[in-house]
Write a protein that binds this ligand. Structure first.
Ligand SMILES: Cc1cc2nc3c(=O)[nH]c(=O)nc-3n(C[C@H](O)[C@H](O)[C@H](O)COP(=O)(O)OP(=O)(O)OC[C@H]3O[C@@H](n4cnc5c(N)ncnc54)[C@H](O)[C@@H]3O)c2cc1C
Length: 448
């Protein structure tokens, strides 16, 4: 493994004791750099190895939909680890507390965790670092180029980030790691009673699970193969047409780390497919996705108005008091009760399917800006709805997608107009000229 994928969060003391991989964001057994690093460390020390996951309930507005998807994926992780003689423990409660409590109780000698640029994980890691005196490592198992290496600062736009990440890709396109049978046993007792956990957790059950997408590593690899075989070559022409289904549908898997982005990129790059489509897909998967990570990593206010670029804040301020032709509150928007059937269809696609089409996400968020009292309110409602219904919610891509739509993040200034100021505008007329709006609206209506 390229050693730059890992960094030490705390030097600590402790040459003895088992090694623990605190799995958080990269919920897979195979091709997981953080787990591979932990296994190597444990092997070098002649120590046992375990994987722990700490389950927080009511996490940032997540519902039974996202919990169900995640828990089924974790169940598969436990099985895959058992085949390699690595025990898995599911802890319940605030991870800062439970992870350090577990380490203290079991005399753990080192903790390895995966990287996330988001506030919750960073604050849990802080607590673990304060409580424990042992070495704590962080490995970026989510990005192809580790976020802290891709750029030392917040990037202005894709055009400034692209050359940097492209330059570094060869250095980080090494062969993905395979998990080995761990030779030193560690008995952590009975496995997890998943049915009991599913019944016991305190989550909002009013947003149900969806059945069109199966969770877990195996399903993720199958979805990747299907996309590469059937859709990659047409991606450039079809991905922006919501009446077709030209996207990969990989975002829920990528979000929960059920598949490695590096695996997806390697397979796509190696395919004999239409070159324009292949390049367009890799641009989204690598440049755009890792640009979102860069934004959240270097800008802790990523989910606030303060994170918008100065030109956008000024222009949105200038147009704060512009009259709104339509004004909706959160409840009306959530119930898809607007005058615009295209917007309502997008909202219902998310509510019913748990994944709104990518093109519609931009239109959807921009209309929330147009129809609510302020940009702050628009951003708050968009994040609330996105994170409540989308399977891939609570992701850097979501915070950045919303900030792009409402606050011009990673975009440039456009012609000035009411409410939006110089932030890019999108209209229903524009959508109609791009795709068959009727067919999209009818398809969504057929699901309810
Ligand atoms: C308002 C708004 C909200 C969004 N919310 C989320 C969210 O909560 N979670 C999320 O993962 N994405 C979000 N996106 C980004 C994008 O729309 C989704 O990643 C994409 O639609 C997921 O579907 P897919 O995997 O089938 O995409 P594909 O088109 O097949 O793309 C493959 C992968 O490339 C990456 N990607 C694609 N488009 C983008 C983009 N615009 N920015 C960054 N990475 C991209 C994703 O990792 C995606 O899985 C949002 C965008 C907007 C405008």
């Amino acid at each position: 493994m390229n050693p730059d994928r890992a960094r030490i969060l705390k030097e600590g003391r402790g040459e003895r004791g088992p090694v623990v991989y605190w799995m958080s964001r990269d919920q897979r057994a195979e091709e997981n750099w953080a787990l591979a690093f932990a296994q190597e460390l444990a092997s070098k020390r002649g120590s046992p190895l375990a994987v722990i996951f700490s389950l927080t309930e009511n996490f940032l507005g997540a519902t039974a939909r996202q919990y169900g998807f995640m828990l089924r994926g974790l169940e598969e992780v436990e099985e895959a680890l058992a085949e390699k003689k690595i025990p898995f423990a599911l802890l319940r409660g605030d991870p800062g507390e439970t992870v350090s409590g577990f380490a203290e109780e079991h005399g753990v000698g080192a903790v390895v965790t995966d990287f996330s640029p988001l506030a919750a994980k960073r604050s849990w890691s802080e607590t673990v670092m304060q409580r424990l005196e042992i070495p704590i490592y962080e490995v970026d198992a989510h990005n192809i180029v580790p976020c802290w290496r891709a750029s030392p600062k917040q990037e202005y736009a894709a055009r400034t980030f692209r050359p940097k990440i492209r330059r570094m890709l060869p250095e980080f396109c090494d062969e993905l790691p395979r998990l080995k049978v761990h030779p030193i046993p560690w008995d952590l007792g009975e496995g997890v009673d998943w049915d009991r956990i599913r019944r016991a957790i305190d989550v909002d059950r009013s947003v149900p699970e969806v059945d069109w997408i199966a969770p877990g590593e195996r399903a993720a690899r199958k979805a990747l193969r299907r996309f590469l075989d059937e859709k990659l070559s047409a991606y450039d022409g079809e991905r922006n047409d919501p009446s077709l289904q030209g996207q990969s549908d990989l975002s829920p898997y990528l979000h929960f780390g059920m598949i490695s982005a590096a695996r997806v990129a390697l397979e796509a790059a190696g395919r004999d497919a239409d070159p324009t489509s292949r390049a367009a897909f890799l641009e989204e998967l690598v440049v755009r996705r890792e640009l979102s990570e860069n934004f959240c990593f270097y800008n802790p206010g990523y989910d606030s108005f303060a994170a918008f670029p100065d030109w956008a804040k000024k222009t949105l301020d200038d147009h704060r008091d512009d009259p709104r032709e339509y004004l909706y509150d959160q409840k009306e928007l959530e119930a898809a009760e607007t005058h615009d059937d295209l917007w309502n269809a997008a909202q219902m696609e998310m509510v019913l399917r748990g994944k709104m089409h990518g093109y519609m996400r931009m239109y959807w968020a921009k209309k929330i800006l147009e129809w609510t009292e302020s940009p702050e309110e628009a951003q708050r409602i968009a994040i609330y709805l996105n994170d409540r219904y989308e399977l891939d919610g609570r992701d850097p891509n979501g915070y950045v997608g919303i900030a792009w739509s409402i606050g011009g993040v990673h975009d440039r200034a456009w012609g000035e107009r009411a409410i939006f100021g110089k932030v890019r505008y999108m209209s229903r007329k524009g959508a109609k000229s791009k795709f068959d709006v009727r067919s999209y609206v009818e398809r969504v209506a057929s699901w309810s």
